[in-house]
Ligand binder design. Sequence first.
Ligand code: SAH
Length: 564
Amino acid sequence: MKGPKPTMNSYISLLTATDARSHVHLIVGTNPLAAARCGQSLSAGASPILIAPETAELYYALQKRVDDGEVKWVKSKFQDEHLFTLGREEIDRVVDAVFVTSGARDPLSAHISSLCKRNRIPVNVVDAPQLCSFSLLSTHVDGPLQIGITTNGRGCKLASRIRREVAASLPPNLGSACSRLGDVRRKIQEEDHLLHMALADGDDVDDSIDQSASFNKLVTEADLDAVKNRRMRWLSQICEYWPLKRLAAITDEDVANILKSYDDLGSSNPIGKSSPANNASNRGRIILAGSGPGHPDLLTRATYKAIQSADLVLVDKLVPAGVLDLIPRRTPVHIARKFPGNADAAQAELEEMAMAGAREGKTVLRLKQGDPYIYGRGGEEVEHFRSQGLGDKVVVLPGVTSALSAPLFAGIPPTQRDVADQVLVCTGTGKKGKAPAPPEYVPSRTVVFLMALHRIAGLVEELTGHLETEKNTTADEAPRRALWPRNTPCAVVERASCPDQRVIRTTLDRVVEAVEQEGSRPPGLLVVGRACELLNKLEKGRAWSVEEGFRGLDFGLEGLDLGA
Ligand code: SAH
């Protein structure tokens, strides 16, 4: 359990990434570590200069780098002036960093360290944290992707083991996916920039045709921003929601689709008009199934069978990676292009694809997150498919909803005798992003808010205070809505049943601050009511607590094949 602030003795470092291209690094020493430091320096694009007396015998790998001309060897004992004469001209020859590899016992190490510190030159001394002004991370490198681990002095072997485990858990080719997505991002920015320029030219033209320039500018820039945001948002949603494995395997076609989304996502029907499927093939059908909150073991057997037998799988963006992994490799999969502002277009696209598949006689699985009928547009989809003539060819399978399972995995029983006798599931965001009417305070009520965390501040205001419109009504006109006391217990449950599940327990008056400080980890929901503190009380004096990780299915059955 973690408190809102780190305590004094649990200090953490400020992790930064230094662009060391063309920097000059001094490496003092002759041993294998000196060779390793030269290697690290070179990979970061810096120029290492080795300081060692002419008589010194260099470790063979180090000697090789010198022989190959990669490392310059200044054949001399370390001298103070080296720090101020061997560096880049543009920074008055002060060196950019110093690596001492002889360890803490060598008196020279302490001398170099204090000289560097006094002159603000970053210094690292092997195995002597007290002499270092910075330390090196244990790093995993894959193309432009770098992952660094530090235990802050608790052991470099341990850090390196953790780094290896982290690296092993990543899908292959993640580095090239980073490159690809980076290229897409850059391309979008470049094209947007060109568009801006084109618009600026357009403004000149408009100026000449007797209209207010500012009027033109206002409208066109707003349009442009809308379009621009749409494409960037789509990209950021992919990065946020696609399973890493899928991201790592991103194809040229995916990239083309992202870039193309600029043109067609605005239209509500990106694939084209469909005609009612009077001719729907007899075999074709659509299965609408819930995939549960995250962990694949929470799938129903029915949904599992549907996954195995479908000819085409169309998934919503929140469907978890563990579930996607169960889809046979041969089965085509399409992930919804849903993001704020594009929900309707993405929905229409999926519905069209489902209909097209069914017409071709395919079994199409529409995989939804949680339960398909709980804020999943499941009902709308069934209506749509019926209107297209599919009728009884649509089957709906339930799923474990996050609304009830997330509280459970956070140790919150939404009902309990004498404490809570009703559960209300609501959304924090209404249609077109509007705030829905806030639920009234009932002491024995547990409320679960889905899609609410991005506007938690507004929501808490509405729960604990009257709206402007309510303030203007008199007591005789309408009985005033009962407000939630600010000390009502609540919990933010994020990524329930996923390995990175997180639970923040607090009260309504501190939840906004807690979410602000801890950041968000979507998807998440908010549970409000006394039930929240039944099994887990907040320690006295603490504003909130944070629990990391998911252990809800740790009951010793891992690896047991239940023969789905
Ligand atoms: N049909 C889904 C809900 C879809 S609405 C269901 O029955 O669970 C999407 C919202 O569900 C998210 O904004 C979030 O509030 C909630 N949600 C979905 N999965 C979640 C999870 N694993 N943990 C916490 N909240 C989740």
